[in-house]
Design a protein around this ligand. Structure first.
Ligand code: PEP
Ligand code: MN
Length: 264
């Protein structure tokens, strides 16, 4: 299998606009769940950049449980993301939800995010596999690691080798947290695969208070990077406010990661 360690014993390392993914450095992607306005994403981008983030996240197309919830700004959101990226130098990670919008999203994204709900959308995997954009592939909320790896395989077999595997929590009987972050996924995926492995402690917990300790655990467990939701005003967020850090809390989290990263 193309994703397996057996096939490719060395860690896969690639660069996204000068940011090395899968190398020595822990890479932090930060930003709001969704792009809500020009001001919001510009402020978020500038603050996460100041705190030391390496890439900017923000959804313009949002896979919401309810059709009545904010669905994202679409192309307008992509334009604001691009402006935020140009102002800060941070590459953009944003979700692509379907094949129809893939060409448009690809014009703005530096990394295409495949959301948990689309992990087994095989035609979409095929299409991003044909694109030459790096892909952040999130684990489905009820998918096994083997299924995640097989989804990565769809992208790799279509010619795209730049794939990041992302653990974002799975559904269990526990409901204190939004999902149960499977910390096992970090070392297990690193053993099974050469691909870089990221952890999403925001969706993995659903609670901002847990994001910092769980981020440290992820780095200690060998994750190559983190994707963290940060909003200038989480209490006013149109999505995922409860799990979003303020820029100040994000800055303090970044400081506490340093000694952990040095120890692994
Ligand atoms: C997100 O990153 O905001 C998101 C929708 O993530 P997931 O697909 O993991 O639920
Ligand atoms: Mn979110």
């Amino acid at each position: 299998k193309l994703a397996s360690r057996e096939f490719h014993p060395e860690d896969t390392v690639f660069e996204v606009k000068g940011v090395k993914i899968g190398g020595e450095q822990v890479v932090v992607i930060a930003g709001p769940c969704a792009v809500e306005s020009r001001e919001q994403i510009l402020e978020a981008a500038q603050k996460v950049k100041e705190a030391g983030a390496h890439m900017l996240r923000g959804g313009a197309y949002k896979p919401r449980t309810s059709p009545y919830s904010f669905q994202g700004l679409g192309e307008e959101g992509l334009k604001y993301l691009k402006e935020a990226s140009e102002k800060t130098g941070l590459p953009v990670v944003t979700e692509v939800m379907d094949i129809q919008t893939l060409p448009l999203v690809s014009e703005y994204a530096d990394v295409l995010q495949i959301g948990a709900r689309n992990m087994q959308n095989f035609p979409l995997l095929h299409a991003v596999g044909e694109s030459q954009k790096p892909v952040l592939l999130k684990r489905g909320m009820s998918s096994t690691l083997e299924e995640l790896l097989m989804s990565a395989e769809y992208i790799l077999t279509h010619g795209n080798q730049q794939v990041i595997l992302c653990e974002r929590g799975i559904r269990t009987f526990e409901n204190y947290t939004r999902n149960t972050l499977d910390i096992n996924a970090a070392p297990a995926l690193k053993m099974l695969s050469h691909l870089p492995v990221f952890i999403d402690p925001s969706h993995g917990t659903g609670r901002w208070e847990l994001v910092e300790p769980v981020s440290r655990a992820a780095v200690a467990a060998g994750a190559d990077g983190l994707i963290i939701e940060v909003h200038p005003r989480p209490d006013q967020a149109l999505s995922d406010g409860a799990q979003s850090l303020t820029p100040e809390r994000f800055a303090s989290l970044m400081k506490t990661l340093v000694p952990v990263a040095l120890a692994v």
